[in-house]
Design a protein around this ligand. Sequence first.
Ligand code: M6R
Length: 369
Amino acid sequence: EKGGYDTFMEKEIHEQPQAVNDTLLGRTNEVGALELDELRISEEQLRAVDRITIVACGTAAYAGMVAKYAIEHWTRIPVEVSLAHEFRYCDPIVDDRTLVVSISQSGETMDTLMAVKHARELGALTISVCNTHGSTIPRESDAVLYTHAGPEVAVASTKAFLAQITACYVLGLYLAQLKGQSYAQDAKAVMAQLQQVPDRITELLGDLDRVREIARFMADTRSVLFLGRHVGFPVALEGALKLKELAYIHAEGFAAGELKHGPIALIEPGQPVFIVVPGPDTPHGLHGKVVSNIQEIRARGARTLVIAEDGDDAVVPFADEVIRVPRTAPLLQPLLTVVPLQVFALELATAKGLDVDQPRNLAKSVTVE
Ligand code: M6R
């Protein structure tokens, strides 16, 4: 049942190209326009949406944080990401022009379910992005957009995360298309780029031996930091979460720009820090800013573990290790950069002799509040 792999988690990491591919399937028509017939909310209602709130927990919330950058960029509709267990208690601003998008692999997470129910009571339109057919959250929502990752057994979420980002991107591009021509220009091009991503992930999965080696050498490490900017920021948070839940190591993710506002004080000689580097063509000079962040922490003795695109040589002088990922469009990069971080956590936990599929204190679906 583990398909030749030692653990479900490893199997599921290797199923990621398929998960992205299957989540894209059947969602465009013969001229490449998006068609989400399954959505069950009228186009008029969706056109009237003037605000989006994403509710989710854990890894699903990080998928939501990635999606926020993309959906706002494509649609110019403000998107807020709210941890589902906070949403109900913060007197949320929601009305019938608000679209509340819940993201949940299991479809049974109680915190997320309660947030959806609350949103409906307040009159919002609700869409569930979910991986489990017939589960509770889709039933309690106005509409559902399934991720087609297949069953995820390991407690640590991997392929569902990639499928969630993919489904949210499809939704964002669809909303952009509904808003009209000037917004839709991007949609076809981005869908074409998304369709290339599964092959890029397959390439990457064949090239992670060095990450495994680094992880094995780090089995005694007590703390690891993760930095990213823009869509790389939630990837840093996800990398840290994977390490906490699997390897029981203190790990923290930061927005790289926050460094000088506090966290840089944590840097001492030998402190391992992963840095997710945006592609060199990312707008707003983001790449250069992250390279400066690497320089700053290296100067203070950090051990820099740099995740950078193929051909990005600017990082080399400041990197103790460079982990390469294939080049892709800036907004699609999380679908690649998170993969070495998943493998790192898996391998380190394995080196410590831990049960990666069933980490202590955790359940696959959290059905209590
Ligand atoms: O089933 P859900 O997507 O609603 O679960 C949400 C979180 O509990 C889940 O992502 C959790 O953070 C994972 N263990 C992370 O690996």
